[in-house]
Every structure is written in structure tokens, then in C-alpha cells.
Design a protein around this ligand. Structure first.
Ligand SMILES: [Zn+2]
Ligand SMILES: [Zn+2]
Length: 244
């Protein structure tokens, strides 16, 4: 069976595939897990967080530095790992592009541990960065929503802090940010790409929000989302990503 056929069958949930292709850790091949604890333990931790505006000044949890305060909408960006690490980028890639939602648990657990270690103050709500409905239909799940649910589950047992899954909408189908070259191109690609749903506006008034995504490259996506949320009344918006 060609890998493409396997993928399509896997996506439509043909159960026999689990028998034909038993679950194994993609890193070390141990059975029963897609990503085992031993492999997670070698994920590099990002030891220094930087201000998301200037990308230069180091701040304890990725808060905006004092010279950049007020320039952009995003109040900070905490990135737990390094995207350039092969095991990190490969696991995120498999999660998203081989349609394996089960990766959300180990990756989300690992991210939750780093958040606890760094002592990042918890928000009022978790908000996943949305996918366009066309991409969501194709993939079958939004990886950021699954990560946000895992975080909510671990960091706030009993879901004391809700995940606002339908707060933001992606209103334009854009090309992946990773395929844009310059800052100008990235900004143009995302201009007016996000909107907030009517019913979410009263909820976020004066609230502190975490914007959850799997990866940040330049932070443009998070910044665009933060701008929409702030214009609608949010007090503070902090980005939380697995890797950068
Ligand atoms: Zn492993
Ligand atoms: Zn700065």
C-alpha cells in the first residue's frame, strides 16, 4: 500500500490499519505510543525567552520588554522548545500533516510541564489560534485546539479555565506563514485574516487570554490574533507555543 493511500485511509479512520500498522513511537519504535516519554525527555527546552516585539531582549517568561511596551498587541510569547530541533519539528509535522491527533497528549503534557516550571501566570481563558474552515475540514482537527484542551486539562483540573474554541475565526484562506519570505509578505498574507465571533466579545472584556499555537515563526499570526482580541476588549494577550 502506498504511503498516500495509507494516509487517506488513516484519515477516514479505517480501523484495520491499527492492526496492520500497530502504534509505535516515531522516535524510538517502542510499541503502543506515538511519542514515548524517553523521546519527550530529549526535547530541548528553550532556556531563554525573548521579547516578541524586538526579538532581542531576554525576559523571564517572554514578556514584552520595557522598551517595546505598547508597540504591539501581544503582551508576551512563551515558547517551550526549539523548532530547529529535528525531533521537535518532526513530531509537530507528524501531528499536523499525518493527521495524528493523539500527538496532542504527549506534546501538550510536555508543554504544560514547561509552563509550570517557568511559573507563567494562568489566564482567564485559553484561546486556540484558529484554522480556516477549509483546512479544518481537510485535517479533521485543529492542532492548537487539541493542545489547548490538554493544557486546560492538566493545568486546571476540572476545566476551571475554559477553552474558547470558537472565539476566533480565520476568515481568509491564507498560505502557511512558513511559505512567506519577508516580514512585509507575512503581514500582507495575514491582514484581516482573523475575526472574533459576536458571542465571544462580552466574554473577553477586561480578561487575560492565552493564545495557543503549536509553532510560532516570527509571531505574526499571534500578533494578528492579539490585535483582534484587544480591539474587542481583551486586557492582556499572551502567546503560548510549543516551539519556535
Ligand atoms: Zn520513543
Ligand atoms: Zn523588546
Amino acid at each position: 500500500m502506498s504511503p498516500n493511500v495509507q494516509l487517506v485511509l488513516k484519515k477516514i479512520g479505517v480501523g484495520i490499519l491499527d492492526t496492520l500498522f500497530p502504534i509505535r513511537c516515531f522516535g524510538c519504535d517502542v510499541p503502543k505510543e506515538y511519542l514515548c516519554q524517553t523521546c519527550l525527555n530529549i526535547f530541548p527546552r528553550r532556556l531563554r525567552q525573548r521579547c516578541p516585539t524586538c526579538l532581542k531582549t531576554t525576559t523571564p517568561r517572554g514578556e514584552v520588554c520595557s522598551s517595546c511596551f505598547g508597540i504591539h498587541s501581544l503582551d508576551g510569547l512563551f515558547a517551550a522548545s526549539l523548532y530547529r530541533s529535528p525531533i521537535v519539528s518532526a513530531s509537530i509535522h507528524i501531528f499536523k500533516y499525518r493527521f495524528i491527533p493523539a500527538f496532542a497528549k504527549p506534546l501538550g503534557n510536555w508543554l504544560a510541564e514547561r509552563i509550570t516550571e517557568a511559573d507563567v501566570a494562568l489566564p482567564d481563558y485559553f484561546i486556540p489560534v484558529p484554522l480556516h474552515s477549509r483546512r479544518l475540514r481537510f485535517r479533521g482537527f485543529n492542532q492548537s485546539t487539541l493542545l489547548a484542551r490538554t493544557l486546560a486539562d492538566i493545568l486546571t483540573p476540572g476545566f476551571d479555565i475554559p477553552v474558547l474554541e470558537n472565539c476566533l475565526l480565520r476568515t481568509r484562506f491564507t498560505k502557511p506563514q512558513i511559505k512567506t519570505q519577508t516580514r512585509k509578505e507575512r503581514l500582507a498574507n495575514l491582514r484581516n485574516a482573523f475575526a472574533i465571533t459576536e458571542e465571544s466579545i462580552p466574554l473577553i472584556q477586561g480578561k487575560t487570554l492565552w493564545l495557543i499555537d503549536d509553532v510560532a515563526t516570527t509571531g505574526t499570526t499571534l500578533e494578528e490574533c492579539a490585535t483582534v482580541l484587544k480591539k474587542s476588549g481583551a486586557k492582556k494577550v499572551f502567546g503560548i507555543v510549543l516551539a519556535r
